[in-house]
Ligand binder design. Structure first.
Ligand code: ASP
Length: 312
């Protein structure tokens, strides 16, 4: 029997060196789960990535609230954290939720308590650069001192900053697939806002038998469409990766078009979905053109950047 294709599929914002190191580990026999966690941790430490881990943009109060999820395609087990503050590697905490608890998702104080109990490393995740950007944005949107967080969030979000949530889908030499997503969410969000990234089925879904999907962009849209699970379920029903990706993105485009007129989502926004099918074919689809993604197989010396399909 031919060996399964070994693949790392990632969003284009992830540095080549992280993907290449992950591929080296896969070639040496590392599991998809360990490599997905390794790449996610590297991105969480990267201060240049302003929508992930350390250096991520804070909420409207200047607090960095992190969301992450991890899914194992062999068992359909999953773990996630939402609104985690003050820990270096949300993705590792999410994976431990999967491994140690009979739960899938921990939020806020409970997630922090669990992180302490497992000995997760603490870190102040607000970088000086992110603090300065937040202070500047606050100065731009505050009109009266007594304004509440609702008013400030709605005003601050009219102009959206950054969208480079960490998405990685890894397939190892025995054919197991794992997916990991990590983000600080939307910059200047209302405190406690949870996006699609920690929600299994919305921003992340993975099943060896059918494929995997992860999302980036406006989480509210991915949640409302159930984007990741829907794409995988379409492949389960026999749709090709291409047809599934196009269908989900068409639904997202319709929703975004309608939502741009609505009060709570006045900004033109977008979603990108990365897909891998059970055979290891990959692709990415988005509601707007001009986006890209990266893929490296065991035969490639480095990741190849490809353009995302925008069905329009
Ligand atoms: N999807 C993320 C969220 O809505 C944000 C992003 O991709 O930048 O939290």
């Amino acid at each position: 029997m031919a060996s399964a294709p070994i693949i790392v599929l990632a969003n284009a914002e992830i540095r080549d060196e992280f993907i290449m190191e992950g591929m080296q580990r896969l070639r040496r026999g590392a599991s998809a789960g360990d490599v997905a966690e390794f790449i996610a941790c590297a991105v969480e430490d990267d201060p240049e990535e302003h929508t992930v881990g350390y250096g991520g943009w804070p909420n409207i109060l200047g607090e960095v609230e992190l969301d992450a999820s991890f899914m194992d395609g062999a068992t359909l087990r999953a773990g996630a954290v939402a609104g985690l503050k003050g820990f270096r590697h949300p993705i590792s905490v999410a994976r431990q939720v999967m491994l140690r608890l009979p739960h899938v998702l921990l939020a806020g104080e409970g997630a922090a308590r669990f992180a302490i109990e497992i000995g997760a490393e603490r870190r102040d995740m607000l970088s000086p650069e992110a603090r300065a950007a937040w202070q500047q944005r606050i100065a731009e949107v505050v009109q009266h001192e007594e304004e509440d967080a609702i008013t400030l969030t709605v005003r601050a979000l009219v102009e959206r900053r950054g969208s480079d949530t960490m998405n990685v889908i890894v397939r190892d030499g025995v054919g197991d697939i794992c997916s990991a997503v990590s983000t600080s969410g939307i910059a200047w969000k209302y405190p406690g806002r949870v996006g699609d990234s920690p929600l299994i089925g919305a921003g992340n879904y993975c099943a060896n038998r059918y494929g995997a999907a992860t999302c980036m962009g406006l989480g509210e849209a991915a949640i409302r469409v159930g984007a990741a699970a829907q794409a995988v379920m379409l492949m389960r029903l026999g749709w090709s990766l291409e047809a599934a990706g196009r269908e989900v993105v068409c639904q997202l485009s319709t929703l975004l078009g309608e939502s741009n007129a609505a009060d709570h989502m006045r900004r033109a926004d977008w979603v990108r979905i990365l897909l891998m099918d059970a055979a290891g074919n990959v692709g990415a689809f988005a509601t707007r053109p001009g986006l890209s993604y990266k893929v490296q197989t065991a035969d490639d010396p480095w990741p190849i950047t490809r353009e995302v399909v925008c069905p329009a």
